[in-house]
Design a protein around this ligand. Structure first.
Ligand code: NAP
Length: 441
């Protein structure tokens, strides 16, 4: 075997991902050394509980509860503990002590990314995080390197496997949200506390990371508009299907043209949206993830695969470890985060998209004209209308209730929401059943 220089690797965390990273590092050490140009020596694994059962058979003597000491003298520190603290402190400690950092921690990067990147910049260290946005799917390097010469216009991502699994089962089985969530929990696809997934927090963290990279801008988490999928019911899924759509929880990162002599801006949002069944994102099933990128020169690109899973995510982490090792051998300062564009993020009210509005209305003459009038006054133009009688007087076939499904042309979110409020108060609308954005063209 070639006589490589040895790099000391510290691993923080040996849970679902960390135990697989350690296992692969130990089993494929020679191969990884050939690719990295350096021997990667796993110096130790920091955990909370030395006696916890691990998903891989790892040498007991590698384990420690003293992360701080393990970090000192390491060339590469892999942070796979998750959460903000003590991950943040240990990552900053690793950078300060001269190591490059590899992490999969979206929560840390979405909330303290600037602090971590600035600390790394100051000492010429590098932070790698390929696994933080879409698990095993390579998307960070494509955005950071491959598309560095292009201008990304829009990203639409299915970046949360749990919610895609739930929505997909609701779509294929006509089942209700609560039933599918319970099954997903029993099968281990959803956590006992599913809030981070079903309320869109996890997707919002990933959206902040993707938008920051795509638009060379620091995007704080509170600039991401977030809605979860808990209000999506079987009737909405069926109505979407009827109109040729499927409902997906999307992370949308969009570059908006300059208005009134101002600068370009961006919109970053997470919500359940209608996607045309012919769109590539509509065929992302089960717990899979996909990121659809539209760039000015490259056109449409789609990245698809496993967004989570211990061993799958370990693949992305080890790719980063090899990159970090190569940089250590080659020398030179890190690339650093590109945030020079610093485009402002606009509030959701300024977003322009299409909508599907479903209303229950009185089924009597003139109602459709009233609804159309309110939409037109609110600068919301109608593209399609479908009316179904849901309760009718047996003799006149009117006088009951009807369901109106209105597809709009592009409208501004603020105009749309004010118009929906006026519809709700109009006296002819019995109930606003749902308002969904249509994304994908
Ligand atoms: P996990 O299964 O909960 O494992 C966490 C590990 O960190 C455990 O080994 C735990 O030790 C250790 N740990 C936690 N707090 C610690 C502390 N204070 N000091 C020392 N060790 C500590 O987490 P995971 O699923 O592997 O996820 C790790 C990271 O990868 C997270 O940032 C997550 O968001 C990200 N990620 C995960 C996936 C996935 O599919 N799981 C996919 C993409 C990204 P003990 O074992 O002793 O408790």
């Amino acid at each position: 075997m070639t006589d490589y220089r040895t790099l000391r690797v510290a691993l923080l965390g040996a849970g679902a991902v960390g135990s697989q990273v350690a296992d692969l590092l130990l089993r494929h050490g020679d191969e990884l050394a050939d690719r990295a140009g350096a021997k990667l020596e796993l110096a130790g694994i920091a955990v909370r509980n030395l006696d916890a059962k691990r998903e891989a058979d790892l040498p007991r003597e590698l384990f420690t509860t003293d992360a701080e000491t393990l970090i000192v003298g390491s060339d590469i520190v892999i942070e796979l503990m998750g959460g903000i603290e003590p991950a943040r402190t240990q990552v900053l400690h690793a950078i300060a002590s001269g190591a490059d950092v590899v992490t999969a921690n979206k929560a840390l990067l979405a909330t303290h990314g600037s602090e971590v990147f600035e600390a790394a910049d100051q000492v010429g260290a590098e932070v790698y995080y390929e696994a933080a946005a879409a698990g095993a799917i390579p998307i960070i390097r494509p955005l950071r390197d491959s598309l560095a010469g292009d201008r990304v216009v829009r990203i639409m991502g299915i970046v949360n496997g749990t919610t895609n699994y739930i929505l997909d089962r609701m779509d294929t089985e006509g089942a209700d949200f609560a039933d599918v969530l319970a099954q997903a929990q029993a099968l281990g696809y959803a956590e006992a506390d599913p809030t981070a997934d079903v309320e869109g927090y996890d997707a919002a963290q990933k959206a902040a990371i993707l938008a920051s990279l795509a638009f060379h801008t620091t995007v704080p988490l509170d600039a991401v508009h977030r809605e979860g999928i808990t209000s999506v019911d079987a009737a909405m899924i069926e109505s979407a299907r009827h109109a040729g759509y499927v409902i997906k929880l999307l992370a949308v990162c969009e570059r908006l043209a300059a208005e009134d002599g101002g600068t370009e801006s961006i919109s970053v949002r997470v919500y359940p949206a209608l996607v045309d069944r012919a769109h590539p994102l509509a065929s992302v099933h089960g717990a899979n993830n996909a990121v659809f990128v539209q760039a000015e020169a490259a056109g449409d690109l789609m990245f698809y695969g496993a967004g989570a899973g211990g061993v799958q995510t370990a693949s992305a982490v080890l790719g980063d470890v090899v990159s970090a090792a190569r940089r250590h051998i080659a020398g030179g300062v890190g690339v650093g985060e590109s945030t020079r564009a610093n485009l402002p993020a606009v509030p959701i009210g300024r977003v322009i998209t299409r909508y599907q509005i479903t209303l229950e209305v009185d089924d009597r003459p003139g109602v459709l004209a009233t609804v159309a009038g309110i939409l037109s006054e609110g600068r919301v133009s109608i593209a399609t209308v479908e009316q179904t009688v849901i309760e009718a007087d047996e003799n006149t076939q009117t006088g009951g209730s009807a369901r109106l499904v209105i597809g709009t042309h592009k409208a501004r979110e603020q105009d749309l929401s004010e118009t929906v409020e006026r519809l709700a108060a109009s006296g002819v609308v019995e109930r606003v059943v749902s308002v969904l954005r249509v994304e994908g063209n």
